[in-house]
Design a protein around this ligand. Structure first.
Ligand SMILES: [Zn+2]
Length: 354
């Protein structure tokens, strides 16, 4: 699809942001063990009760240790506290069917907190999933008939699950499983064989896997990262970047078999002002939606976006000069996007105290 027809088939692809940037994968050597504590704008008070101190878990595994065997001694699980009244633990999100359903629910929640003029533009836009596990991608575009859609790949959902599972483990148990996961996933994704970001067994210590607090926290993190991811894509439609979202009846998504072609027909020169606008609008949408959750459920913040961009920074560092990922170098660097998200959130918080 050439540039002239790019408006119809054009896609604004967000994720594969593997352009050159500072290799943030270099770990800090001696961060203290993380205590599990509510983030400053995260949980309603008492959501999990008092955080359990990590004493007795021993030292966390060495940062950056080679992943062979993932063999650091596993910490002992903490006794699981009873969930506080009014805030039951969330169900585990396991497998593609649940991930897709959760993503649809998050997207609908985001839409519900847009202004009415924007809601009118994005109503009925279908969300479709590409089952390709080797691609970590989400994009907004127009199909061959000029109808808007949003797409995400199985590889993206696997990556968000991997991030969520490991970050939840680290928050609760003071481990460094996210560092190991990001290292392993990046190596797999940039390999010539085309690996996936699926969380390998053994990175999360086996005895911690069924911990209900861990699974509930992973659910929250999954939602928060998905909210930023798809809030960004949604904004490409209501900001007019795709040019095909005008308010439409519920649409039929493009065939899954067409998604690879549509994704590869991205207009070659990404539009950096549009990407910054989408990061800003998407972040504000997440923060507005998160504020409405205060006292009812986990309150989303920009943290999910920053986690995602950290993951992409690590992929970027792993990709190096890989020609396999050269086509991915058409999107803003995470190093540029992280301060945008932080600045937007700081401004929003100033404008919305409390
Ligand atoms: Zn974008």
């Amino acid at each position: 699809m050439n540039r002239e027809t790019g408006r119809r088939g054009g896609l604004l692809s967000l994720w594969i942001v593997l352009s050159s940037c500072a290799p943030e994968a270099q770990p800090a050597p001696q961060a203290p063990p993380l205590q599990y504590a509510p983030p400053p704008y995260g949980y309603p008070q008492g959501y999990y009760g008092a955080p359990a101190p990590p004493q007795g878990y021993g030292a966390p595994p060495a940062y950056g240790a080679p992943p062979q065997g993932y063999g650091a001694p596993a910490p002992a699980p903490a006794p699981a506290p009873a969930p506080p009244p009014g805030h039951p633990l969330l169900v585990p999100l396991v497998g593609a069917v649940m991930w897709q359903a959760e993503t649809r629910a998050v997207l609908e929640e985001l839409k519900a907190h847009l202004t009415p003029d924007k809601v009118a533009l994005v109503t009925g836009i279908p969300l479709v999933f590409d089952p390709d596990p080797t691609q970590v991608n989400a994009f907004a575009g127009c199909d061959d008939s000029g109808a808007p859609f949003i797409a995400g790949t199985e590889g993206l959902l696997e990556a968000i699950d991997g991030m969520s599972q490991t970050k939840a483990t680290d928050e609760l148990f003071g481990t460094r499983t996210y560092d190991t996961y990001a290292q392993v996933a990046a190596a797999a994704l940039v390999s010539p064989q085309g690996g996936s970001a699926r969380l390998p067994m053994g990175i999360v210590p086996a005895q911690l896997v069924p911990d209900l607090r861990r699974l509930s926290r992973a659910h929250e993190i999954f939602d928060e990262i998905v909210a930023f991811t798809f809030g960004h894509e949604l904004s490409h439609h209501y900001l007019g970047h795709t040019g095909c979202a005008h308010g439409q009846p519920a649409g039929i998504p493009p065939a899954v078999s067409d998604l690879g072609r549509l994704a590869s027909s991205v207009v070659p020169l990404f539009n950096q002002p549009n990407e910054i606008a989408a990061d800003s609008a998407g972040c504000i949408n997440v923060l507005d939606t998160g504020r409405a959750r205060a006292g009812v459920a986990y309150r989303w913040s920009e943290e999910g976006g920053l986690w995602l961009l950290d993951f992409f920074s690590r992929l970027d560092a792993a990709a190096g000069a890989s020609p396999l990922l050269g086509f991915l170098r058409t999107h803003p660097s995470p190093a540029l996007r992280i301060p945008v998200v932080q600045g937007v959130a700081a401004t929003w918080r100033f404008q919305h105290p409390g």
